[in-house]
Design a protein around this ligand. Sequence first.
Ligand SMILES: N[C@H](CCC[C@H](N)C(=O)O)C(=O)O
Length: 277
Amino acid sequence: MTIRFTKMHGLGNDFFVLDLRAQDVELTSERILAWSDRHRGVGFDQLLVLEPATQTGVDFKYRIFNADGSEVEHCGNGARCVARFAQRSSGQSDFVCETARGLLTLSVLDDQQVKVAMGIPTFKPSEIPFVADDAALNYNLPLYPDQASQIKVGALAIGNPHAVVWVSSTAAAPVEELGPILESHPRFPNRVNVGFAERVDEHEINLRVFERGVGETEACGTGACAAAIHGMLTQGLVSPVSVHLPGGTLQIDWQGMGEQVIMTGPATFVYDGELSE
Ligand SMILES: N[C@H](CCC[C@H](N)C(=O)O)C(=O)O
């Protein structure tokens, strides 16, 4: 059989876009892992799947799988890419898509940047999920079972779980060392995306993200939202916040608790491909 896909990226966070509204392909772990392999397959950080909408007033369903095959709740860079992907075939510029954790509103702007209403962030431990008696802006997390060393983290969810660590320099941040430890920390029962953020000024931060199920990526849209939001609450950041990631910059707007967080940034087509299986 021939499987049609499109390679895209959001600031270097790269995707395999599969439109199952137009073809019938069974998604198995074996297939996802084979496709994500950067040496034997196509290679990607996430697989983005479009499926027919299951509710009225929605344009399509949007599912996300990490390179390790895990299905997850949200992908911000991916949302911008599926908006431009859907625009290419429909001519529409505004979409409502359903995800595992709710509805997203996507708008392709005249300059081909994409604006996404990413949902309402939560700090409730049970909704992240994160093991804690009460919600707090920061937690002192023992890094190892011996409790010898602790690290101060913020914990919140943008549909998907995020830990935020503030550092003096993202360039010198221990991403490779602490990323995997925090990603699989027992206090995050579903694992977690780990952001290392540096405050530049009240409207700018630098950010590197060790993503759950992938490792460090060039950019992370939900991670940018999580760091900007946490920074507005604890680092004196003021909306809008420009988040500088290794792959480029995203703009994050947020007006406070209970409000949608809005992300704006690019989405890029790389090529259309076919796999024969
Ligand atoms: N690794 C994430 C999913 C992709 C998020 C990221 N690529 C984005 O742009 O938000 C997770 O396991 O929740």
